[in-house]
Design a protein around this ligand. Sequence first.
Ligand SMILES: Nc1ncnc2c1ncn2[C@@H]1O[C@H](COP(=O)(O)OP(=O)(O)O)[C@@H](O)[C@H]1O
Ligand SMILES: [Mg+2]
Length: 269
Amino acid sequence: MSMTSIGRLLSRGHYSAPPPLDLSHNIVLYLEGISVSFDGFKALNNLNLYIEAGELRCIIGPNGAGKTTMMDVITGKTRPDTGSAWFGQTIDLLALSEPEIAQAGIGRKFQKPTVFPNHTVFENLELALAGERSVWKVLFAKLSPSQIARIDQVLETVGLKDHRSTQAGSLSHGQKQWLEIGMMLVQEPKLMLVDEPVAGMTPQETEKTAELLVSLAGERSVVVVEHDMDFVRSIARTVTVLHEGSVLAEGSIDKVQNDPKVVEVYLGE
Ligand SMILES: Nc1ncnc2c1ncn2[C@@H]1O[C@H](COP(=O)(O)OP(=O)(O)O)[C@@H](O)[C@H]1O
Ligand SMILES: [Mg+2]
């Protein structure tokens, strides 16, 4: 094979945007009757959750409530003992592997940033765009103009345009979190799951993150797990309170914060 055809092959990449999602009932995620047991202990107990298309939802709840386990079920990392999980009208999440769920359009950001510290911000986004290809192949390959445009658009969205060539390792903690949100965004998810995005951030970074997450909802759905109540107040339309693996309360932040059941659970923490 000639060098040019190898180059062409590499530059084509393995990445493709997620297939269209059937949102005809305006619901992006259905979790129904989900239970997960660990050695007889029910981490999730008949959990029901519905997320609307374009919604920004906050999930709160005391430690051990099942928030992370819920995200593990959605992303295919943990299989429930009972229940069903659908992405849009037609995609049965319980029938898909973890990579297939990611490819279908569900992105997840873990609490700890996992950027590549020795690569630039741009290269990190390039690597995220390429998915599972090796670092060498990705950085050797030539990006298409539309791929470059997409990365530049994401840089703008997450506020890192001026840090395009900065080594990711030298970014602030907040900037690393934004980069990681960007790494999810280049893959064009329809549903983003974000675990404790503002932990360890400065007040200014927290405020910028609130604006960013609000701006991301609409075109996609965003589910945020967060402890910081002021932050939740600043972004949430609907808040779901988890407790002992089930939904304890759901509604506006004012409604749930004044709910005696919620007050009791948080006082007992
Ligand atoms: N792999 C596991 N093995 C055993 N117990 C687990 C496992 N993962 C979670 N748990 C338990 O399930 C419960 C829910 O945990 P988790 O989903 O992490 O809660 P949260 O994220 O709301 O703090 C906790 O009591 C936790 O100890
Ligand atoms: Mg957790």
